[in-house]
Write a protein that binds this ligand. Structure first.
Ligand code: PAF
Length: 279
């Protein structure tokens, strides 16, 4: 695997490649990321990964400084997966001057759910993804459904800017107890790690209740939050949305079995976890 840290070297490595499949990451790679690499290999050749902890998508009180950085171990994992090039720029390379041109996702997608609780998050994500796409020029790029709203916003960005990139969605990889794999799981204490699958279990309950009594959505969401609170969690939201546009379903949608997804974010101790489940 070639490891390159400059845009110029990356372009040299990829010259003439028309079928590149790309997986952008912030490192601290786990089995979920590696499943994205395997899916990428089915959608293009060569597979290019990036590792860049993107300051633009972190709020002032978030975990940018303590975000886990495990570069050596990440390289070994990517090499084992047969990744052809790892692009690992530093901040000076990707943001040599203040990044004043930014992508602004529309309010109805970018400022709801995660965007409401993490203002500016999706501006940071879409800006870096557009820039990484411009560096790598992939034919396909893989994003996990774990970050469901991110996936949808990036897909819409590609459509609206007519970017020649196929956005491929990868299923969430879970531990055997149901916890969605995430780099932030590493922040959990041993006791919190035992409690953490309760978030996924709650989403399973919401799903079952929605399938049985969809018109009672508001009560189902409210009671799910209350159950987590009773276990010591601090939920930001547990919200059932239309899969197509992440808007709140109307009574007509609920009666017509419109495809839905339940999305959640909740804090357990000092760790904020997100998860979702299609209904
Ligand atoms: O999902 C992530 O790890 C990040 O948001 C991404 C897509 C790599 C952009 O920094």
């Amino acid at each position: 695997m070639k490891i390159v840290s400059t845009i110029e070297d990356l372009r040299d490595q990829l010259r003439g490649q028309l079928r590149t499949a790309f997986v952008p990451t912030m490192g601290n790679l786990h089995e979920g990321h590696l499943s994205l690499m395997r899916l990428a290999a089915r959608h293009g050749d060569p597979v290019v990964a990036s590792i860049f902890v993107n300051r633009l998508q972190f709020g002032p009180n978030e975990d940018f400084d303590r975000y886990p950085r495990t570069f050596e171990a990440d390289c070994e994992k990517l090499a084992r997966e047969g990744v052809y090039v790892l692009f690992a720029p530093d901040e000076k390379e990707l943001y040599p001057e203040p990044q004043e041109y930014r992508v602004n996702p529309p309010h109805h997608l970018g400022d709801i759910l995660e965007g409401e609780f993490r203002p500016g998050f999706f501006v940071g994500v879409t800006t870096v993804v557009l820039k990484l796409f411009s560096c790598v020029q992939p034919r396909a790029a893989v994003f996990g459904k774990k970050d469901y709203q991110q996936l949808m916003i990036i897909r819409n960005m590609c459509r609206q800017f007519a970017l020649p990139v196929e956005v491929v969605a990868a299923e969430t990889v879970r531990a055997t107890d149901g916890l969605a794999l995430s780099s932030r799981n590493g922040y959990l204490t041993a006791a919190e790690r035992i409690e953490a699958p309760a978030l996924a279990a709650t989403l399973q309950e919401v799903r079952a209740q929605m399938l049985a009594k969809p018109l009672e959505m508001a009560r189902i969401e409210r009671e799910a939050c209350a159950r987590l609170e009773a276990r010591g969690w601090y939920p930001d939201y547990i919200s059932v949305r239309r899969r197509a546009d992440l808007q709140t379903p109307s009574m007509v949608d609920l009666a017509a079995a419109t495809p839905l997804v339940v999305l959640s974010a909740a804090r357990l101790g000092a760790t904020r976890l997100i998860d979702n489940l299609e209904i």
